[in-house]
Ligand binder design. Structure first.
Ligand code: HEC
Length: 192
């Protein structure tokens, strides 16, 4: 993951125009259940939880996601469905640095943000991505409206106000909702 492009990526995200002001609901009972199921599979893959394996921490800049990041992108099967997963561990806090995170991940882990491509039809307007923001223990963050952050998280332009994942990620280059150009979503042909 390269450092030089992140500022540009963030600017793009901030300048993006909302695709939709309103959208399908997030944080529904089904979304929350699915987030819990997904967490179990992420634990089994040793991507989260007590047995989470180390990835490669890098400097991501303070916003929107955190100062030091670790990312993994791979296929993941959840019950009968296999979809593409992009998982990001976000580290922050007093004294955070790549070295400190490598030494003590638990201390600095602030959140885990996940995009997971679900079965066709889950959210056809947004390429069927499922969005979720986990606490380090697997419970869900809530937005200021007290809605759990899982599902089609789109509303609102500001990270602080609403954490509108889709709102921002819709502006990612290539039209695949993924910012890092190194990550290629299988089966997706970029829109030029
Ligand atoms: C303010 C805009 C903004 C919001 C809101 C936002 N993101 Fe991001 N996201 C970015 C940017 C910019 C990057 C690339 C730089 C970075 O990692 O910080 C990124 C990167 C990611 C990545 C790594 C894959 C990629 O796109 O390169 C994941 C996974 C992710 N975000 C998940 C989420 C989730 C889940 C939410 C909602 C809870 C969310 N994001 C909300 C802007 C945003």
């Amino acid at each position: 993951m390269k450092r030089f492009s992140l500022r540009t990526l963030y600017l793009l995200a901030v300048l993006c125009v909302p695709a939709q002001a309103d959208g399908p609901p997030m944080g529904t009972e089904a979304d929350v259940k699915y987030a819990a199921l997904l967490w179990q599979h992420l634990e089994a893959e040793e991507l989260v939880g007590n047995n989470a394996r180390p990835l490669e921490p890098f400097f991501g800049g303070a916003r929107p996601h955190g100062m030091i990041l670790e990312i993994v992108a791979q296929d993941l099967s959840v019950e009968q469905h296999t979809g593409f997963l992009v998982l990001k561990r976000n580290y922050s806090g007093e004294g955070v640095s790549v070295e400190e995170v490598a030494r003590d991940r638990v201390r600095f882990l602030n959140s885990i943000t996940v995009m997971y491509r679900r079965e066709k039809g889950y959210d056809p307007d947004n390429q069927d991505w499922f969005w979720v923001k986990y606490q380090p223990d697997g419970s869900l963050f809530r937005n200021p409206k007290n809605t759990e952050m899982a599902g089609r998280i789109m509303k609102g332009p500001s990270w602080e106000q609403s954490g509108g994942c889709i709102y921002c990620h819709a502006s990612a280059g290539g039209g695949d909702y993924v910012f890092y150009p190194e990550i290629h979503v299988p089966g997706y042909s970029p829109v030029q």
